[in-house]
Ligand binder design. Structure first.
Ligand code: NDP
Length: 304
């Protein structure tokens, strides 16, 4: 019987451990502060930003949201970042991605002070990650490492296969697993015979953005499967294919007309893996916990 890697439970553990550190900072110096910048009104981004701000406030941290119109220019955004870089009460600056096309995303990432870059996307922090030196780590892959650690799943000596090579998930995930002594393969849309490569994996990470693409054919029996994908399905054919063997997913679709699914077929993970992350309730809650952790650590370093 596969272990379900419970992201909500790990999120709660991480938050519980952060709470006294936040209280200590608030009592002795000041609360940690995070400012989130949202450009435009993409509904998905609005939900993510809302969750981040709410979580911060519930923890007693300073949390502000800056909203700019979808027509905002690069220089407008850079001016806000410059102000936040200078503010002594701000420890973390997060610009919600993706940004509208007219904005130079790279210039924006470069403008954030590396020691306030709680997403870990600044090129300096990426370099630190490559060198395995201290720096804020990208939240989603860092959360996955934290989950593996707390479930006593050691990557050391295992073959890890990551499907997806994005800067925010696939690449940093590969480096973090490498630093923990896994033998790492990164796959993408041009990888030949993807199922055969995935079947080598003792740890399989799917970060693709394609609903239910990873089927039983891709999973070695006994593998640990981490499903990063978050895909909202609104057509019945996909919902029925992906929900096979998981009636709760089909029921959710029947009720709402949409359902959130990962990149891996849930029934295949449950049947073949030794442990897996469900969607929702797996990787998602860890991302936000690690954002809080990065912000608290940034405050501790600044106020030490
Ligand atoms: P990107 O779109 O940036 O990257 C997707 C990657 O998947 C690319 O490297 C792409 O390859 C690869 N890919 C696409 N199609 C195939 C295919 N048919 N075969 C093999 N590889 C393929 O996505 P992200 O990394 O930003 O996100 C991935 C997923 O994770 C999304 O569903 C996203 O919503 C989710 N996500 C979830 C988070 C969470 O907190 N749970 C946080 C961040 C993301 P190529 O490079 O060749 O195009």
């Amino acid at each position: 019987m596969a272990t379900i890697l419970d992201g909500k439970a790990i999120n709660q553990q991480i938050i519980d451990e952060l709470q006294p550190r936040i209280q200590h900072l608030a009592q002795t110096r000041r609360p940690p502060g995070l400012v989130v910048i949202l450009v435009g009104n993409d509904p998905g981004s609005e939900i993510y930003v809302g969750n981040k701000v709410r979580t911060c406030r519930a923890l007693g941290m300073l949390s502000e949201e800056i909203r700019l119109p979808a027509t905002a220019s690069t220089s407008e955004l850079l001016a806000h970042i410059e102000t936040l870089n200078q503010r002594p009460d701000v420890d973390g600056i997060l610009v919600q991605m993706p940004l509208p096309k007219q904005i130079d995303s790279r210039a924006v990432l470069l403008a954030i002070r590396p020691d306030k870059d709680v997403d870990g996307f600044h090129p300096f922090n990426v370099g630190q990650l490559v060198a395995n030196a201290p720096a804020p780590r990208p939240c989603t892959p860092a959360g996955i490492m934290e989950m593996l650690r707390r479930y006593d799943i050691s990557p050391s000596g295992k073959e890890a296969v990551i499907v997806g090579r994005s800067d925010i998930v696939g690449k940093p995930m590969a480096l973090l697993l490498l630093h923990q002594h896994a033998t790492v393969t990164i796959c993408h849309s041009k990888t030949p015979d993807l199922p055969a490569v995935c079947r080598r994996a003792g740890i399989l990470v799917a970060a693709i953005g394609r609903a239910g693409m990873i089927t039983a054919d891709y999973i070695k029996p006994g593998a640990v499967v981490i499903d990063v994908g978050m895909n909202r399905i609104d057509n019945r054919a996909d919902a029925e294919r992906i929900a096979q063997g998981t009636p709760s997913k089909l029921a959710a679709f029947e009720k709402n007309g949409t359902v959130l699914v990962g990149d891996v077929l849930p029934a295949a993970m449950a049947e073949l893996s030794s442990a897996y992350t469900p969607v929702p309730g797996g990787v998602g809650p860890l991302t936000i916990a690690m954002l809080m952790a990065n912000t608290v650590q940034s405050a501790e370093l600044r106020l030490a």
